[in-house]
Design a protein around this ligand. Structure first.
Ligand SMILES: *Cc1c(COP(=O)(O)O)cnc(C)c1O
Length: 364
């Protein structure tokens, strides 16, 4: 059986260093907002090419706190992609703002800048592009739209640690880059964790307060805040894994190249453009008989996944919110997309096996 993901195997190579960092943290006797978090924030900001990084509790909180840091008014509108993980939209709703959907570019699956333009109203305050599957959005066009309309840009980088466009990394184009370190992400903690990159000193202060009860100095509260801190132990693990991130990304890119060069053309493969350094958090193909294909692969000992089976506007929780809003491209993608095994523990042999089986898939 070829598994889709196995987090024990994906982390096995780092076991010793992770154990050492656990022991160090335990011995330090300091578990919340200490040196480990400060070190990781510095390292990750440097890695991305951003001035600052603020560790928070999760990717969802990174998005949510970025929105809160801007002090928007209730009901202000935020443009989000119609095909994304639900967290992007939950962040907007939880911040008391209105998510407005823009459809994707059908080639890249990322938000289409022209569709963003169509959705801008007098109430629009921000754009939240999602670098889906590890490919950057068309950030040149998106930043131009943002400048013309005076909008804040919050990049959802949860799937794009280290991804770049013309050498510039995810999280350095917009006002904020929101990262998740959920264990399956390219840079994954051993639990929940997230962070925000920004160059803006004022917003940085807001983020520091928001994540820690609205406080700069213990027991003195400047604003209404939250408890959303990155744990010392997770920061220590992340410092270990950050050193391996380029290797993890390169491994995934090598497997992606194998798929792209050898899968037959019945499958729609990820769009390739030399200017983009894609990190393949997910390797997604499309096929009109997706469900049959998924079953055929499982029958042949290959597990796959779907990111995601239900479009956000069709989720039970969201039906009322997006009632009557058509998202045909998102629906088309959700019905045809399939994620193939591309984890750090997968070998070239694994991928060649998947390719061989897939190339024998016939329509019945
Ligand atoms: C994983 C993910 C998130 C949420 O991250 P958590 O750490 O699970 O809260 C947000 N957006 C996207 C696109 C994601 O893939």
């Amino acid at each position: 059986m070829i598994e889709y993901e196995n987090l024990f195997l994906s982390n096995r190579e780092f076991t010793e260093e992770l154990q050492q960092s656990f022991e160090q943290t335990l011995k330090s006797g300091w578990f919340i907002l200490g040196n480990k978090v400060k070190e990781f924030e510095k390292e990750f900001a440097l890695y991305c090419g951003s001035r600052h990084c603020v560790g928070v509790a999760s990717g969802l909180d990174a998005l949510f706190l970025s929105l809160k840091a801007c002090s928007f008014k209730p009901g202000d509108e935020v443009i989000v992609p119609s095909n994304t993980y639900i967290a992007t939209i939950l962040a907007v709703l939880n911040a008391g703002l209105k998510p407005v959907m823009a459809e994707p570019d059908i080639r890249t699956y990322n938000i289409d800048p022209e569709k963003i333009r169509e959705q801008i109203t007098a109430k629009t305050v921000a754009i939240m592009p999602v670098h889906l599957y590890g490919k950057l959005c068309d950030m040149e066009s998106i930043m131009e739209i943002a400048r013309e309309n005076n909008l804040v840009v919050i990049e959802d980088c949860a799937q794009a640690h280290g991804a770049a466009y013309k050498g510039k990394r995810a999280g350095t184009f917009g006002t904020f880059g929101a990262f998740s370190y959920y264990p399956t992400k390219n840079l994954g903690a051993l639990g929940d964790a997230g962070s925000i990159t920004t160059d803006d000193e004022t917003l940085l202060t807001n983020l520091h307060r928001l994540r820690n009860y609205g406080s700069d100095v213990k027991y003195y509260n400047e604003i209404i805040g939250y408890n959303s801190r990155l744990d010392e132990i997770q920061a220590a693990f992340l410092s270990v894994k950050l050193k391996k991130l380029d290797r993890i990304n390169e491994h995934k890119r090598k497997l992606a190249k194998l798929y792209s060069e050898n899968l037959k053309d019945d499958f729609i493969k990820p769009h390739h453009d030399e200017n983009y350094y894609d990190v393949f958090h997910i390797y997604a193909i499309r096929h009109e008989k997706r469900d049959e294909l998924k079953k055929y692969l499982l029958d042949n000992g290959i597990k796959t996944d779907i990111h995601y089976p239900v479009a956000p506007h069709q989720q039970h929780a969201m039906k009322e919110i997006f009632k009557g809003i058509p998202c045909p491209l998102s629906e088309q993608l959700h019905a045809s997309i399939l994620s193939l095994p591309i984890s750090y523990f997968h070998t070239e042999e694994d991928v060649n096996r998947v390719i061989a089986v897939m190339n024998k898939f016939e329509l019945h």
